[in-house]
Design a protein. Structure first.
Length: 610
């Protein structure tokens, strides 16, 4: 079989246990102290941690509460957590098993296997393949809003109904995408002749004895998920279980999966684990990349593979250190102040710092005579949605700014929260000064960075969120002025007091007041959602009436803006009111128009996205 033939080559390319597994004295104390402190600081109710070393579990513990109200403690053997996108590992494994069986081809057009719908031929001659799906390089927009709870649809039906646009030719840029992985799961379902959930149960869970893991919705078994404010959420699943929206597991079962991956266990499929862990895609040979769903996240010279999962109120982290035979898994049932539960990266790095030898960052020589001016500009994550309500997230995401220096180096701001200087040592490839990270510009207008499953695309000044936020601020000020000023003017006129402007038709003023009121109400309501993304996501998934009502208000501003602009033009033509009144009315009309433009830009004006 294909995978069996290349296993030897894979093992050569992916070292496993080439170094002796280090002793881990005091690990239990280190983990206990870190977890209990972080839980208190982050306000995370419950956590489970498993550490595997040298083929056995050296730490396997639960902390805190699975259900705060009922005082049910976390049991690492029985407490189920939502595992989110860690499910993507199972999807990749299932697909590769079928590749090994000759029933799927990594490089065939996925339409070869689809019968009820097909992927649109956006780039003729460049079809989407299974390899693209399993490396997040299919080029799909992240533009779908999922059904949840009782509205969850069968996998094929959901995929057919929500096919996103393709924004780039496949293979030309990594961009984390749930639709693509769900499509890979549907290929498994199609060629195996059984539902995806059933295939995974039989061929992934059962061979490893993972008896407490479920793919289908509704398997959480009592553990509560807690949002940032400490309230519990009942949103536990959505469309696309193959991407992670719904599956649940225990620390014990995920520990078994860790062990199997580290040992390249043939029960995963012949050569499957090695193939999953081998680098399958990178934007540049000098940068880390991705395997089949494993993400390379090196730390201080140690090769570390990562896969995490996020659902509202529940978060998981899985790490492999293949060369040392160490695996770490962290599960938590609270968003915490950082909105991603207890930070598994922080714990993994603390373990590596304690037990693995330090190394120095690689030394590079600056490329003589190099210029970096062609890389200057603002860059935005490729995962920014283009076609759905999710695009509004870009309003609060700061783009990365790149500035060239005279010696061919660059400075970046907005990248991982700090300013960094990067030394150019190959054309278009840069090393962090005094650090480990690297960035590259693999294509014109594209930035790739270490330890990331997205690229960044250059944007122009008109696409910058600061401009759009400024327009929203101006619109809000104009709306508040209309909301307060026009009633005052009407009251003054009713009492016979001098008004700043002579009498004119009342309907245009009433229209302006109404538009201003809509914008103020929308801003207050939607702004509160943006401040708590974890609470907003369940509303998006459920299509909540509150969100729908807010989008109705935003949609109404588009015709209102057109009407107000027409009234403003007529006011100047027919000399309604005094000049000061006409100026005030025009400013309100422009403010409402600015709001409408931003609402359309970010897909807020239109109910088709809810």
């Amino acid at each position: 079989m294909f995978l069996e033939l290349i296993t030897a080559l894979v093992l050569a390319a992916t070292p496993v246990h080439t170094a002796r597994t280090p002793d881990l004295p005091g690990l239990d104390t280190l983990v206990d102290e870190h977890v209990t402190t972080a839980m208190a600081e982050e306000k995370v109710p419950g956590v489970a941690v498993t550490v595997v070393a040298d083929g056995r579990r050296v730490l396997h513990r639960g902390y805190g509460w699975a259900d705060v109200e009922r005082r049910v403690p976390v049991d690492p053997e029985r407490t189920r957590f939502l595992i989110g996108s860690e499910t993507k590992l199972f999807t990749a494994q299932a697909a590769l098993q079928l590749v090994d069986a000759g029933r799927l081809d990594l490089d065939a057009d996925v339409n070869t296997y689809l019968t009820t719908f097909e992927i649109r031929d956006t780039y003729p001659g460049r079809p989407v393949t299974l390899r693209h799906l399993l490396t997040h390089t299919a080029g799909f927009d992240e533009d779908h809003v999922l059904g949840s709870g009782a509205d969850v649809r069968p996998l094929g039906e959901a995929l057919a109904a929500t096919q996103p646009a393709r924004l780039r030719p496949p293979g030309t840029g990594v961009s984390y995408n749930n639709y693509g992985v769900a499509l890979a799961g549907y290929l498994v379902e199609t060629v195996s002749g059984m539902p995806f959930e059933e295939y995974v149960r039989r061929n992934v869970f059962e061979p490893l004895g993972m008896k407490d893991s479920v793919i289908a919705c509704g398997g959480l078994r009592g553990t509560r998920a807690y949002l940032l404010d400490g309230t519990a959420t009942d949103v536990t699943c959505a469309d696309f279980a193959a991407s992670g929206a719904g599956p649940a597991s225990t620390a014990s079962d995920m520990g078994a999966y860790l062990e199997a991956q580290l040992e390249l266990d043939p029960r995963l499929g012949a050569g499957v684990a090695a193939e999953m862990q081998r680098r399958q895609h990178t934007e540049d040979p000098h940068l880390p990349g991705t395997g089949f769903m494993w993400e390379e996240s090196p730390y201080k010279g140690h090769r570390m593979l990562f896969k995490g999962g996020d659902m509202p109120g529940m978060h998981t982290y899985m790490f492999l250190l293949p060369e040392q035979g160490i695996g770490i898994h962290v599960m938590s049932n609270g968003d915490g102040t950082g909105r991603h539960g207890l930070d598994g990266f922080e714990l993994a790095r603390k373990i590596i710092d304690r037990y693995l030898a330090d190394a120095r960052p690689p030394s590079v020589t600056a490329l003589p005579g190099a210029s970096a001016e062609q890389y200057e500009g603002w860059y935005r994550s490729s995962r920014t949605s283009h076609g759905s309500l999710l695009k509004v997230q870009a309003l609060t995401d700061s783009p990365v700014h790149v500035t060239a220096t005279a010696d061919g180096a660059i400075l970046t701001t907005g990248l991982r929260g700090r300013q960094v200087r990067w030394v150019q040592f190959q054309p278009g490839v840069f090393q962090e000064e005094g650090g480990w990270d690297r960035i590259a510009f693999p294509e014109p207008g594209q930035l790739a960075i270490s330890r990331s499953t997205v690229v960044f695309d250059r944007i122009g000044p008109l696409d910058h969120p600061s401009l759009h936020l400024a327009l929203l601020a101006a619109a809000l000020l104009a709306s508040l002025a209309a909301l307060l000023g026009f009633p005052v003017a009407a009251i003054r006129a009713a009492r016979g007091r001098p008004s700043p402007s002579p009498a004119g038709p009342g309907a245009p003023r009433l229209l302006a007041w109404f538009a201003g009121a809509l914008i103020v109400v929308f801003t207050a309501g939607f702004g509160s959602l943006l401040t708590d993304e974890a609470r907003a996501l369940p509303l998006v998934l459920e299509g909540a009436p509150l969100l729908t009502a807010l989008l109705v208000l935003a949609s109404l501003t588009v015709p209102l803006a057109a009407a107000l602009l027409a009234c403003a033009a007529t006011a100047w033509w027919r000399r309604w009111w005094r000049p000061a009144g006409r100026i005030a009315y025009t400013l309100v009309a422009l403010g409402v128009t600015a709001f409408a433009v931003v609402a359309v830009t970010y897909n807020l004006a239109g109910l088709s996205h809810t």
